[in-house]
Ligand binder design. Structure first.
Ligand code: 5GP
Ligand code: MN
Length: 331
């Protein structure tokens, strides 16, 4: 997937410079954080200075990836000097300035080299160097290819971070992006001695009770339409308050309706604190949901996209469900 020329470009940038900053999108997932940790460790292996600055804090689920707490939450006042004195910013798992928030605004104006490694759908250029391959399952898969090309030493921590990235973005090797190549990479990572079961436990068997309770509340409002081919559900601020938790507990909820027989497209509506509504679009792999997400200014992948729209949530649900029904010609 990666071109030789892309590998050479990255090689030259790493050879030429010394001070690197890594970043990723808001609300980072396993691919975002696993990719950052793997890349940071590789750069350290090359004797480089590396910092990781993210717009969002690291969810507890992924603390196991970062025992030395390399990942920091970006704070303009605290980190401006670090950023301005850096040579290169690697932007991983995202190619959309908006999803880099304040950090994005700031670095756009800084004369540091910006390199993007990503697998989201994108039209047009983004950074100074774009290595964007929407056919890749995950940014972790692209980094695996990059490291192979660079003959990196595949240490256990690097392999565990890449495995986490691939595991989470393929939904445990279930989604349609799970190619034979993905399975081969996973096998190679296993051969390096990763603790696969520990990673699984950390990510999928360590959920707080509040998350399960919130999921129960959400499943209670799950609705099917279009003869069971379209599913939608919501989480409101009131539901969060009742259960005593925050939005972080909703991570992964949007994947659930796909487990119901017959469901082809699923929508999850989250009522944000400011009254806006975050929408997750999921498809089981035949109907693209990307164009629908773009109608609301969002984006993502063919079969997993997201967007934000104005509240109140009831109106947002009515609007978006009605538009989603157009995905089914006879609905
Ligand atoms: P999720 O529904 O899990 O938040 O996101 C699914 C996919 O859509 C992810 O790949 C994510 O990057 C993308 N995505 C989510 N929200 C937005 C958004 O507001 N804008 C864009 N461009 N992409 C989004
Ligand atoms: Mn990803």
């Amino acid at each position: 997937m990666l071109q030789q020329s892309e590998i050479q470009q990255v090689r030259q940038i790493i050879e030429r410079y010394n001070r690197f900053v890594l970043t990723t999108h808001v609300n980072p997932d396993g691919d975002a954080l696993g990719s950052e940790m793997a890349f940071a460790r590789y750069l350290q292996q090359c004797g480089k200075q590396v910092s990781i600055l993210n717009s969002s804090p690291t969810p507890e689920t992924f603390h196991f990836l970062d025992p030395k707490k390399m990942m920091q939450q970006f704070d303009a006042r605290q980190h401006i000097e670090l950023l301005t004195s850096s040579d290169v910013l690697f932007i991983l798992d995202i190619s959309d300035w908006q999803r880099l928030r304040e950090l994005g605004e700031l670095v756009k104006t800084l004369p540091i080299e910006k390199v993007c490694i990503d697998h989201h759908l994108r039209e047009g250029r983004f950074a100074d160097v774009d290595i964007i391959h929407p056919q890749a399952s995950s940014t972790g898969e692209l980094l695996f290819e990059l490291f192979s090309g660079l003959k990196a030493k595949m240490t256990v921590p690097i392999c565990e971070a890449l495995y986490t990235a691939i595991l989470t973005d393929t939904g445990n090797f279930r989604f349609s992006n799970t190619s034979p190549r993905v399975m081969r990479i996973a096998a190679e990572l296993m051969e390096q001695g990763i603790d696969r079961q520990r990673i699984y436990r950390e990510i999928y068997e360590s959920q707080p009770l509040t998350r399960v309770k919130l999921m129960a509340r959400m499943l209670d409002n799950l609705t099917l339409g279009c003869e069971g081919r379209l599913a939608w559900m919501y989480v409101t601020q009131a539901m969060l308050a009742d259960v005593g938790t925050t939005m972080k507990d909703t991570e992964g909820f949007s994947d659930f309706p796909r487990t119901i027989r017959g469901v082809e497209v699923a929508l999850l509506f989250l009522e944000l604190e400011d009254g806006d509504v975050k929408i997750s679009f999921r498809s089981q792999g035949n109907i693209s949901v990307n164009a629908l997400a773009r109608q609301y200014g969002g984006g993502g992948h063919e079969f997993a996209s997201g967007a934000r729209t104005e509240g109140p949530i009831d109106d947002a649900i009515a609007r978006v469900v009605s538009a989603a029904k157009d995905l089914f010609p006879d609905c």
